[in-house]
Design a protein around this ligand. Structure first.
Ligand SMILES: [Zn+2]
Ligand SMILES: [Zn+2]
Length: 295
């Protein structure tokens, strides 16, 4: 038996490690890597072409709108609340409870590591199941329990840290419970549980970052799957659906649920500044060509 096999056997035999410490660390790496990098990048001049902006002459640039949001809820307060939600008592208690109840919900791992096929198929299935559960619970919040979710919608223009500036019930409903449902549906191996938690935390932070580029999308699993959304999809939800009933874009990873249940916003989806410039340039070229033809 190789030392890797021995390490994996030790890993799955130790609930503290495989259901507690490692998923906790994985989720926080998934969450804080994009928060720290994208919140830092958003003010840099080289990131300007990738900012998600909305059309119309009266629309203010994103950075100006972001400053307005930060005047109401300062960036330092956002970081304090995000750190509290990630590493405070409820996060620690939830991680400890997981050590006790996750083995009952997921079943005892039958092998040290899933095969590559099992890993890929389960990761894809969990993306869809998680997002459908999120769609249902997020809709319920908008339609019945708006007061649980209203605080997260203080961010009409979110940035990456906004993903975790959220009430405790809201975190459970939109984050923890969909992850649990997705993992229970495939009886996730501890490695899959940690990997899915990592992926969802990463995707959620990127969905709030206000930036979109091919490099950013390359890090997101949903980009490669049918019906996958761009980061502008959830950004549009924050910009135009800051109310209870009638809100649009209630899924986060896939647009199919919104399309199926009639909550898809077909207008006002933001695009990056670069895409807007390209569209304007294409329009100018077309106009110039039409003028030459007319002459
Ligand atoms: Zn919402
Ligand atoms: Zn959000």
């Amino acid at each position: 038996m190789s030392s890797l096999d021995k390490a994996l056997e030790y890993y799955v035999a130790n609930p503290w490690l495989c259901w507690g410490v490692v998923p906790f660390v994985a989720i926080n790496i998934g969450q804080w890597t994009p928060i720290l990098t994208l919140d830092w990048a958003i003010n840099k001049s080289w990131a300007a072409p990738y900012l998600i902006e909305y059309g119309g002459a009266s629309r203010k640039p994103r950075l100006e709108l972001l400053e307005k949001v930060r005047e109401k809820i300062s960036l330092s307060r956002q970081y304090k609340e995000a750190l509290w939600n990630s590493f405070g008592p409820s996060a620690i208690i939830n991680a400890i409870l997981g050590i006790w109840f996750l083995p009952f919900l997921m079943g005892k791992p039958t092998k040290p590591c899933p095969t590559l096929t099992e890993f890929v198929v389960s990761m894809v299935l969990m993306e869809y199941i998680d997002d459908f559960a999120l769609y249902c619970f997020h809709s319920l919040e908008h339609y019945k329990f708006w007061h649980w979710h209203q605080y997260h919608h203080s961010f009409t223009t979110p940035s990456a840290v906004s993903t975790i500036v959220i009430g405790e019930i809201d975190i459970a409903i939109q984050g923890f419970i969909p992850i649990l449902i997705a993992c229970m549906s495939v009886r996730a191996h501890p490695i899959l549980y940690a990997a899915h938690g990592f992926m969802r935390a990463l995707e959620s932070a990127v969905n709030h970052a206000g930036l979109d580029s091919p490099i950013i999308r390359a890090f997101l699993l949903k980009t490669y799957l049918p019906f996958g959304t761009s980061p502008a999809f959830h950004d549009c939800h924050h910009r135009y659906s800051n109310y209870g009933k009638g809100a649009k874009n209630l899924g986060e990873q896939f647009w199919i649920w919104d399309w199926m249940f009639g909550t898809l916003a077909t207008a006002n989806i933001g695009s990056t500044a670069q895409e807007k410039n390209q569209a304007v340039e294409a329009q100018q070229v077309q106009t110039a060509q039409d003028t030459v033809k007319a002459e």
